[in-house]
Design a protein around this ligand. Structure first.
Ligand SMILES: C[S@@+](CC[C@H](N)C(=O)[O-])C[C@H]1O[C@@H](n2cnc3c(N)ncnc32)[C@H](O)[C@@H]1O
Length: 199
């Protein structure tokens, strides 16, 4: 695993807590895209706020790949998956989402990258991985925070976001005060824009 020292880890309670469960229950979003037997990738999974509900939705016939460069978060995901009997469904690995080569090409129905890209520097590496692992008719959900210093290489500015989306077919998009999101696929007319790799 390549060290990504400038990528941002969050305290685990920041992404898995009661307030979030009340106001943003994970299955409200996931149940639109994840069904029994699906193959799913949770990139930047954190301590598994979405990963375990994904496994509940795919059931024992599905597959959930979970990746985070925070090894402690990944351990937490593996522990929760084991405790709920999903250790054969959830495959959790510590590493960068830009190097998630253990996920086979064209194997994933749904990629979930919620709050990932704005925490890491190698945006183009992660986006290439997403394109590589998605099935032809697969979908990816990308979301980023609107905040961040322009000079910070992790920040996804509005201009970069538009540029990122040009590499996909956009099926839906939106946002609120704090975040922007898009549902994308690789089929059809992307505008083929490649992002430069940050140095
Ligand atoms: C804002 S949190 C979102 C966590 C989770 N997706 C959620 O919504 O609960 C961003 C996560 O991305 C992880 N992360 C940052 N850089 C990463 C990288 N290069 N590869 C994989 N994960 C990364 C962080 O450790 C953190 O868990």
């Amino acid at each position: 695993m390549t060290e990504a020292p400038d990528d941002r880890k969050l305290p685990h309670f920041a992404t898995d807590n009661l307030v979030r469960r009340i106001f943003s229950p994970p299955k409200r979003l996931l149940s639109k895209y994840v069904s029994s037997g699906s193959s799913v990738a949770d990139l930047g999974c954190g301590p598994g706020y979405f990963t375990i509900p994904m496994a509940e939705l795919t059931g024992p016939g599905g597959k959930v790949y979970a990746v985070d460069f925070d090894a402690g978060a990944v351990e937490e995901v593996a522990r929760k998956a084991g405790a709920r009997g999903f250790d054969r469904v959830v495959e959790a690995r510590a590493g960068s989402a830009a190097e998630a080569d253990f996920i086979p090409d064209g194997s994933v129905d749904f990629v979930f990258a919620h709050g990932l890209l704005c925490c890491m520097k190698d945006h183009s590496g992660a986006l290439s991985q997403i394109r590589r692992m998605l099935k032809k008719d697969g979908l990816a959900y990308l979301s980023v925070t609107k905040f961040g210093r322009k000079k910070d290489p992790r920040t996804v500015t509005a201009e970069e976001w538009e540029c990122m989306l040009k590499g996909f077919r956009v099926r839906g998009s939106g946002g609120g005060l704090l975040t922007r999101w898009a549902l994308v696929s690789c089929d059809g007319e992307s505008q083929g824009t490649e992002l430069e790799t940050p140095t």
